[in-house]
Design a protein around this ligand. Sequence first.
Ligand SMILES: [Zn+2]
Length: 272
Amino acid sequence: MQESTEREIRIKANSLREKCNVSRYGIVDLFKDCESLGYKLLRYPLGENADLGFSVKKDNDTIIFTNSCIRLSREIFTLAHEIGHILFHLKDGKSFIDDNMTINGRSTDEKEEEANYFAACLLMPFDQVNRFIDLEIEKIPGKGLSAMDIARIMSEFNVSFDMALNRLEHLKFIGSEQRLCLDNEKIEKKVGNLLRSVGGNARLNLPSNEIHIPYEYIDYVIYNYNHNAVPKETLEKVLDCYHLTIDDVSDKLVEQCDDDDDLDELIGGLDN
Ligand SMILES: [Zn+2]
């Protein structure tokens, strides 16, 4: 990637970050920020081997999907990656579907590299990482960052252990040898244990299996049900995602009538 492109990505990541709810260093909940950013977010546990996420523009809607069957820290990175596609690549009406290849940096596709770089800059900007390491991490003379320190960084910036190492190496906070040691320490001690030992957010290392569908979709499906476009089972299925039943929305439902009545009504309407 050219230095000028990298700089452009850093500028966009920085301005998007200003619209997010940030604690002392890290973004608190990027999923929640989607609403104020104007994105329609869908989260669904699609399965461990399914795609990780996608982004698409449809009419006036910008839609992001993330698979909540993957570890929360990876789902957050996927979301940040999709936002990168939206800001840089969705202008020509394209859509992006991402899997393990495109998200973990193994893809050599320019657009995927850009989206990954954007996600890294958004979640772990240099100045915040630098400040966190300076102010929050106790230095032991002669020793660099420990795996517990990485767990602290994970918790603050809501990223995975691997992503933290990638970013710290890229920003030259650690060298390749130290990275190898930290990787080994991770395997030995396990990320969940490391997070618990520093009082961090252990949920990051587990899938959330969250179901989130924009609330207005209830209205869409009720509209379609009222116009005989979807069966009752579909309505029930959608309502179930929101932990609602037919009774909860009964005041919005109209009595189903047969097609002839509909036609009479329509013709009557045209006559007037
Ligand atoms: Zn992608």
